[in-house]
Design a protein around this ligand. Structure first.
Ligand SMILES: [Zn+2]
Length: 466
């Protein structure tokens, strides 16, 4: 028998509808060819499957995607699929929280276009971020689904492999799985639903137990994405199964489990404004997360609100990493004067400063203003790994306070086990959920509304399954 033929590719980003900074072609990195196969890292040949890598376009989360770019890249993907001829399967790598103006469900539209191109017999297996959104359009066009089970995400590769395995087994053993989903009227930030803190730690552990139930292939809880004001924004459970009735029972059980724990969702660290953060600081090395401007959640990453307070306070030994500003970076190539804050359109104060010292390293410029060291980045980027600092010749231990644009601390920063505080600062990903505009979300959602009546339904995207 000839090998089965599958295509691999997709698009992944997370878009805050509150960000003024649109994403287009230049924001995306395209992973193709062997690099894409290496990323998925699954032994398809052992299943007599020949994979055809197309492209996987990925960006640092940001603002809305320009409609023209979205349409162009989606059409390109469909053309690439078309050029492969008849396919037995498709492995789609998506995030699930894209926002494109006038397109309510961009991932759904992408997946529906793939389905239209490959026909009804082809098996489509999808991998999502747990901060993605589900819709009937997505569910009704796919055959298998796996999402991350960790946030912060440390199981990306495992998730690709779960979707690859479901696809490979379905093709090899000639069956077609079902995917069901239950919407759950809860919508919180990733910080309130870290899988390394309760209640989500236990909930995600229980997904493994549900996976052991008969006819169940893969259970997921989708937290959703709170910073896109869209109709589809809601949490959900998603189950891939070989029997719809069994899948529906499990799907509804997971939905009830999350719903019943909704009031226990919390930030998992001390929170408040910058003044309460500074008041609570001890003498030991500490970390403050400037959460409203966190680029990995879709914030712009250019705001100087916290820097302004730090300069006024004149604390000893503070490192701020980083603030994105192409214009300040360029100014510093000519002298020590620079203007920083909101230069990509993210808002907040604009500060005219004079650097006491300046050095350039790896598309960053590190300046010292009085007792404060500031890393100014030419591009938007996070500082989550210890090598992000060593690469810039920065010794964290020589500072008393580190301020990063982040929500929950990255695993490496958390591992330092030092006092930490999350500032609920302004920005495109404001963690103070009651303060964000809520115009398009027209269903009742906890914590925007407090209510008790919820009975989950399980749907296959076309019909309620009972
Ligand atoms: Zn995520």
């Amino acid at each position: 028998m000839a090998s089965k033929k599958i295509a691999i590719g997709g698009i992944s980003t997370e878009c805050s509808s509150y960000s003024p900074l649109y994403q287009s072609k230049h924001d995306f990195k395209s992973i193709q060819g062997q690099a894409l196969l290496d990323l998925v890292d699954f032994p398809f040949s052992e299943f007599d499957i020949k994979p055809y890598p197309l492209f996987f376009n990925k960006s640092v989360p940001g603002g809305p995607i320009e409609k023209e770019y979205f349409t162009q890249v989606k059409n390109q993907f469909i053309e690439d699929i078309h050029s492969l001829g008849k396919l037995d399967g498709v492995l789609l790598l998506m995030h699930g929280a894209m926002y494109v103006e006038d397109i309510e469900d961009p991932e759904g539209e992408w997946i529906a276009s793939v389905r239209k191109e490959v026909g009804p017999k082809c098996i489509i297996s999808v991998s999502f971020d747990l901060h993605g959104q589900m819709t009937d359009q997505i569910i009704s066009n796919i055959d298998a689904f796996a999402a991350f089970k960790t946030a912060p995400h440390i199981d990306v590769k495992e998730t690709y492999q779960r979707s690859s395995m479901m696809l490979s087994k379905a093709l090899n053993e000639n069956y077609r799985p079902y995917v069901l989903w239950s919407a759950i009227p809860v919508l919180v930030s990733g910080e309130m639903s870290s899988t390394f803190e309760e209640p989500c730690q236990s909930i995600y552990e229980s997904l493994e137990l549900y996976n052991q139930e008969p006819n169940i292939l893969d259970c997921n809880l989708m937290i959703g994405y709170v910073w896109a004001d869209t109709k589809r924004a809601i949490a959900s459970s998603v189950v891939t199964c070989t029997d719809e009735k069994s899948g529906a029972i499990i799907c509804k059980s997971i939905a009830n489990l999350y719903w019943d724990n909704r009031k226990k969702l919390n930030y998992g660290m001390r929170t408040g404004d910058i003044h309460s953060a500074l008041d609570s600081l001890e003498d030991d090395f500490s970390i403050i997360a400037d959460s409203g401007d966190n680029p990995t959640a879709g914030g712009v990453g250019d705001r100087a609100d916290i820097l302004k307070v730090i300069l006024e306070t004149d604390l000893k030994g503070t490192l701020i990493a980083g603030i994105a500003s192409k214009s300040a970076y360029d100014e510093l190539t000519n002298g020590n004067q620079f203007t920083i804050g909101g230069t990509f359109g993210g808002g907040g104060p604009s500060l005219k400063l004079n650097a006491d010292s300046v050095y350039f390293q790896s598309q960053c410029v590190i300046v010292k203003v009085n007792k404060t060291t500031i890393v100014i980045t030419e591009l938007r980027r996070p500082f989550h790994s210890l090598t992000d600092f060593t690469d810039l010749k920065i010794d964290l231990r020589s500072f008393q306070l580190l301020i990063v644009k982040s929500g929950y601390l990255s695993p490496e920063l958390k591992e330092l086990s030092v006092p930490s505080f999350m500032v609920l600062s302004d920005g495109a990903v404001n963690q103070d959920l009651h303060s964000i505009a809520n115009k398009k979300r027209n269903t009742k959602l906890y914590p925007f509304q407090d209510f008790d009546d919820f009975v989950p339904d399980a749907s296959n995207g076309k019909l309620i399954v009972s």
